[in-house]
Design a protein around this ligand. Structure first.
Ligand code: OAD
Length: 235
């Protein structure tokens, strides 16, 4: 009888893409240290100054479009050779997919998509292109980035909780675990799962997780090599 493939979930945040040249949010040079999220990432900000919001995301989209996946993205994708892997990411870039990961849930939306501002919320793919004022979706409303702003509903959460609760191994990488409900996903990990968190700094390591401090491109490929070779977890 064939043994069921064991499962891994990777929960990623902006620190994973930092070494691809994309900024984080709360580190010293982070986006929310230089810009106001109230102005740029909230429905109120959008109502007040949509031009400014579009400009901010147009710049981020263009930058994300030319960025390349790094060794950590690629190592996570390589896990699929041996494990059933789901990536649950807070990141809005497409670097996991471009590294080869097949199942990626973007709980905070995606830069490569736009959507109308009317009731249908129908999405359209824009890849790396800018969104302009006056550009409408099929239902005739102004297009906006398909990004989850503060005060809006995080996507795929029910599915994400179920996937975390079933995983044999959980890798958290490059997130400060400060933005809920996404940060709360770690609480759904099974007590008997192997749980690892990699980041440069972390205010509080979630209970049951082993903290691996360092750059994702140093830590994740080594961890993946251990998991691929079946090496036991270090205490
Ligand atoms: P943060 O900026 O809050 O946290 C980034 C984390 O990555 C920190 O813990 C850093 O120590 C770590 N880090 C930085 N460089 C790293 C590297 N090279 N290798 C490993 N770790 C590194 O970013 P997020 O947790 O992703 O939401 O932020 C969560 C959400 O807040 C974002 O999705 C965004 C933001 O508001 C929305 O826009 C809706």
């Amino acid at each position: 009888m064939q043994k069921m493939q064991s499962s891994i979930v990777a929960l990623s945040g902006s620190g994973l893409s930092a070494e691809s040249g994309l900024p984080t949010f709360r580190d010293a040079a982070g986006l929310w240290k230089q810009h106001s999220w109230q102005e740029l990432a909230s429905p109120e900000g959008w109502r007040r100054n949509p031009e400014l919001v579009l400009e901010f995301y147009n710049e981020r989209r263009a930058k994300a479009w030319t960025a390349q996946p790094n060794e950590a993205h690629r190592a996570i994708a390589a896990l699929e050779q041996k494990f059933a892997v789901t990536v649950i990411t807070q990141n809005v870039d497409a670097l996991h997919e471009r590294a080869g990961s097949k199942i990626v849930l973007h709980v905070h939306g995606e830069l490569a998509w736009a959507r109308g501002t009317g009731p249908s919320r129908r999405r359209c793919r824009i890849e790396g292109a800018p969104i302009h004022m006056g550009q409408h979706c099929e239902e005739g409303t102004q297009l906006r980035p398909d990004i989850v702003w503060f005060g809006e509903e995080t996507q795929y959460m029910e599915e994400a909780r179920e996937i975390v609760a079933l995983a044999d191994k959980v890798l958290v990488v490059g997130t400060s675990l400060t933005v809920y409900p996404a940060a709360g996903l770690v609480e759904f990990a099974r007590d008997d799962s192997e749980r690892v968190v990699n980041s440069l700094e972390l205010d509080a390591v979630p209970p049951g997780f082993r903290f691996l401090r360092g750059k994702a491109t140093d830590i994740v490929p080594k961890l993946v090599a251990d998991w691929m070779s079946g090496a036991a977890a270090a205490p």
